[in-house]
Each structure stands twice: as C-alpha cells, then as structure tokens.
Design a protein around this ligand. Structure first.
Ligand SMILES: [Zn+2]
Length: 232
C-alpha cells in the first residue's frame, strides 16, 4: 500500500495504491474523498498511470459529487446592521454590552449580548455550535427512522467547522457535519444528513446510492440547490 499522486490538468489526484491478486485495475472513491486504486500484482507504473489518466474525469466527477462547501461571501465584520444567517433566514445584527453572554432572535434581529471583555464573534460562534448540536441531533434522530429497512448504525455524530465539506462519514458509522450548516435552510440540513445516511448503505455515488436518496428524499435536488445558493 503506497500513497501516490497523479497530475491531471489543474487537478492533483492523491490515491492509495494496493497490489492484489486480480486481472484488471479497480478504482474506488470514498465519501471522505479518499481514492483507492487496486492493481494486479505485476502491473507496472506506466500502465497504472495511463489507465488512471483515462479514468481521471470520472474520478474528479465522483469527488465533485461529495458535498462540498464553498463559502460565497467574505467573513462578517460584526458591525451593527449587517446580516447573519440562522436556519436559512437573514437576521440583522444588533450588539449590546451586558452582564451575560447571550444571543436572542427577535423580529428579524439577531441580538448579541456580550460582556465587555468578550467579543461578539466568540459569543455568536458558541451559540451557533450549541444550536447546531441540538438541531442536527434532533434531525438525525428523525431521519434515521426512514432507514429502518436498512441495518445502519450511527456510532458518533461529530459537529465541527470544516473548510471544504458540508458533511462526511466513515465506513464505521461516524457522521461529521459542518457547524456552518446551521446557517442553511432546514430542508438543506435534512438533505445533507440523509445524504450521509445513504452513504452508510452505499459507500460510493453509484446508481443504487442515488436511487435510495431519491426514495428517501424525493426533493433533494431543490435542497441541494438551495444549499449551494445560501449566502454563507
Ligand atoms: Zn456523497
């Protein structure tokens, strides 16, 4: 098993190469974006590279299908009046020095109460994390009921900031969700969670995967588009 790189246009494909008792080259792209190449024991590297180059467009397409996160707007400056998102809705920022650190939502306003020596950004980030933990756990528990026919098990739910992904999962049942997802519409959050749960049944983006996703959440395309349009 070795780690390798292949340049293809402007992209670099990092893959793990395994030699096996087999006749043809096999490629697998996993939801965590890892790429595994399975080659016959006697295959030489020129043959492997030319085969990989042939399949590179397919590999890149697979990687692209995994839920990627591209922030569209510059980071907030925490100036009163600027907008901040929560569950797909825009709120106008209001700041208030207080004895406690707290966030309140009131008629279209997001009010950050903060102690004089604590930054509003810190208060808001910790509020987002708490809300994300509650809401994602609740949505995951509700969504998993839709998978009762499939024996899947979520071993851990981890919520953390990720720079490139909305969500990911591992083959042993761990689901990782981006804290930033709490800013997206509820339907989009449900879509990301269901997408990851479908991966616990089918690990690749095969037709079987999409058929299952379509069955569980028929309007997934709409929520995916909304997610991509959300001004995060
Ligand atoms: Zn996926």
């Amino acid at each position: 098993m070795t780690e390798n790189k292949l340049k293809f246009g402007s992209a670099t494909i990092n893959y793990t190469l395994h030699f096996q008792e087999r006749k043809t080259l096999g490629i697998k792209v996993y939801p965590d974006c890892s790429i595994h190449v399975f080659a016959p024991i006697d295959a030489n590297s020129d043959v492997i590279h030319s085969k990989l180059r042939e399949r590179a467009p397919w590999i890149l397409r697979q990687l692209n299908e995994f839920l990627s996160y591209h922030p569209l707007t510059p980071p907030r400056k925490f100036i009163p009046g600027e907008t901040h998102l929560y569950l797909g809705k825009q709120y106008k920022l209001k700041l208030q020095v207080s004895d406690t650190n707290q966030v309140k939502l009131k008629s279209g306003e997001l009010i950050i109460l903060h102690k004089i020596d604590v930054s509003p950004k810190e208060v808001l980030n910790s509020w987002y994390k708490t809300k994300a933990t509650d809401y994602f756990t609740k949505t995951l528990n509700k969504s998993i009921d839709l998978f009762s026919k499939y024996s899947i098990e979520v071993t851990t739910l981890q919520i953390r900031k990720m720079s490139k992904r909305w969500g990911s999962c591992t083959t042993d049942g761990k689901i990782i969700l981006n804290t930033e997802l709490i800013k997206a519409p509820k339907g989009s959050i449900e879509y990301v969670i269901i997408h990851e749960l479908c991966h616990l049944v089918h690990h690749n983006h095969t037709k079987a995967f999409y058929d299952l996703q379509q069955k569980i959440i028929p309007d997934w395309k709409k929520w995916k588009e909304q997610l991509e349009r959300t001004m995060i």
